[in-house]
Design a protein around this ligand. Structure first.
Ligand SMILES: NC(=O)c1ccc[n+]([C@@H]2O[C@H](COP(=O)([O-])OP(=O)(O)OC[C@H]3O[C@@H](n4cnc5c(N)ncnc54)[C@H](O)[C@@H]3O)[C@@H](O)[C@H]2O)c1
Length: 252
């Protein structure tokens, strides 16, 4: 077990890829705070981890609220005494529809930025005091391959995920003296739930497979190993990096 007794917060851990991160971290021995705006889903994931003899706590959070992100970090420290890992995964993704940029309203743009970019910033602010006191921490920001490929008709989302890469780099420099590592992951199109799969046509999935060196569909489990690595001591000298996990669609 590579994360024995470490304490990890996974935002958006109640469904989809975040759920896979929460389960994967718990399997490696981490005590997991499953933080989500969807309370029942977060409770179910925490219960599933406990059923498998792990340790988990479900916490309500809206990452757009600095008060709620602070409360999330306080709940983690109250229960487990420390915070070692933050997986900044919560985002508006499945909930938004692709559309031409000219049809995106200012309100839609602001909502996406509030969750996908400002939300990560508030979560880092919330966990920072604990990580600084401990003299070590791991922050993993979930960006997206759309920021590498410039996916069209998704301008607010793609822009927010490109922002995550800049946020990761600047924070890595700022938090390096505190021995806090800040890295990002850019997942390729991932089949994260039956509902999300239903929004993708056979042609879209076949087109994605064709663009990969490893020509198959991508699933949440394909991303879990990278999150565990970035959470573990094995990556202690890596920071400010963006790791691309997409079966070899983009090669930089
Ligand atoms: N699925 C993909 O193809 C794909 C590809 C690249 C990157 N990503 C990224 O991976 C992450 C997970 O993707 P997914 O497919 O599971 O997304 P999803 O949309 O299915 O789930 C997002 C999660 O974030 C939570 N959330 C949304 N708003 C919140 C808020 N204000 N406060 C707290 N939690 C909130 C949701 O409740 C949910 O648990 C996201 O950051 C997404 O942008 C996904």
């Amino acid at each position: 077990m590579r994360l024995k007794d470490k304490v990890a917060i996974v935002t958006g851990g109640g469904i989809g890829i975040g759920r896979a991160y929460a389960m994967g971290l718990a399997k490696e021995g981490a005590r997991v705070v499953v933080a989500d705006i969807q309370d029942q889903e977060a409770e179910e994931v925490a219960a599933e981890i406990r059923r498998l003899d792990g340790d988990a706590l479900a916490v309500h959070v809206d990452v757009t609220s600095p008060g709620k992100t602070r409360a999330m970090a306080e709940a983690a420290v109250k229960r487990y005494g420390r915070i070692d890992i933050l997986v900044n995964n919560a985002a508006l993704y499945s909930a938004i529809k692709k559309k031409p940029f000219a049809e995106i309203t200012g309100e839609e743009w602001d909502n996406v930025m509030a969750v996908n970019l400002k939300g990560l910033f508030f979560c880092v602010q919330a966990v920072y005091p604990a990580m600084k006191n401990q003299g070590k921490g791991k922050i993993i920001n979930i960006s997206s391959g759309t920021a590498l490929g410039g996916t069209p008709f998704f301008l607010h989302y793609v822009t927010s995920k490109a922002g995550v890469i800049g946020l990761t780099r600047a924070l890595a420099r700022e938090l390096g003296p505190d021995r806090i590592c800040v890295n990002a992951i850019t997942p390729g199109l991932t089949i994260s739930s039956p509902e999300q799969e239903a929004t993708l046509t056979r042609e879209q999935l076949s087109d994605r497979r064709g663009r990969r060196a490893l020509q198959r569909d991508q699933y949440p489990q394909d991303l879990v190993g990278t999150v565990i690595f970035l959470s573990s001591d094995d990556s202690d000298f890596m920071t400010g990096q963006t790791i691309n996990v997409d079966g070899g669609t983009h090669m930089y």
